[in-house]
Ligand binder design. Structure first.
Ligand SMILES: O=C[C@H](O)COP(=O)(O)O
Length: 250
């Protein structure tokens, strides 16, 4: 039985003050038995947030990590640094990072390995562009990205990975995949993980859907047996909306 996981990806939104106020608003409400609830915030918010969630079941994630522990990498943050401040999760390979910051499958893999090195759990994003979808390449793109990301992990590590299937055309656009369609791709990703590792690992990996998930459609996605949660951008920014998403994953 896989525990559903709702992760809010705040992207480049919220000051520290706004972030802490959000936690005060959702405490006890975005905490639902049997659902994992994670807020992935900008780096500047993370120390205050890990402090603010003390004594709650809420978890905190980063949105990126460098693959080295330290060094001359101006502007970067390492897994060692994230772990030190109590971060639990890290989003790796989001399509915005792949598109705007030239993250390749190889870099994504190095970051996944670095996350495990420091005891952080990766939320690995995969998904196709509209062009790739229209060319019938959705499954191929997801297979290549997933296999590359999980390369070199032990079975025990792979079983703890969270994969977020996010069709790029559905991100921030209001267009969503249907639950059936997303479930089919997610089922395929699971099959490929079984081929890369084994069916026990594949049965444990949690695979989220992401792309214009809102309080009014979360239940539809969660009803699909292959969908284990959601990675949510816009609708995770308001406390009431985030609470509804977590409740919808119950
Ligand atoms: O990481 C989250 C995704 O990019 C989805 O964003 P969205 O919910 O605003 O479409």
């Amino acid at each position: 039985m896989r525990t559903p996981i709702i992760a809010g990806n705040w992207k480049m939104f919220k000051t520290v003050k706004e972030a802490v106020a959000f936690i005060e608003d959702v405490k006890g409400k975005a905490e639902v038995a049997g659902v994992e609830s994670v807020i992935c915030a900008p780096y500047t918010n993370l120390p205050a947030l890990t402090e603010a969630v003390q004594g709650t079941s809420l978890k905190i994630g980063a949105q990126n990590v460098h693959f080295e522990d330290s060094g001359a990498f101006t502007g970067e943050i390492s897994g060692l640094m994230l772990k030190e401040i109590g971060v639990d999760y890290v989003i790796i390979g989001h399509s915005e990072r792949r598109a705007y910051f030239a993250e390749t499958d190889e870099i994504v893999n190095k970051k996944v390995l670095a996350a495990f090195k420091h005891g952080l759990l990766p939320i690995v994003c995969v998904g196709e562009s509209l062009e790739e979808r229209e060319a019938g390449k959705t499954k191929d793109v997801c297979r290549v990205q997933t296999e590359a990301a999980l390369q070199g992990l032990t079975e025990a590590q792979a079983a703890q990975v969270v994969v977020a299937y996010e069709p790029i055309w559905a991100i921030g656009t209001g267009k969503t995949s249907t639950a059936e369609d997303a479930g089919e791709v997610i089922g395929y990703i699971r099959e490929r993980i079984a081929a890369q590792f084994n069916s026990d690992v594949a049965g444990k990996v949690r695979i989220q859907y992401g792309g214009s998930v809102k309080p009014n459609n979360i239940r539809e996605f969660m009803q699909h047996p292959d969908i284990d949660g959601a990675l949510v951008g816009g609708a995770s920014l308001e406390p009431a909306s985030y609470i509804s998403l977590v409740e919808g994953a119950r």
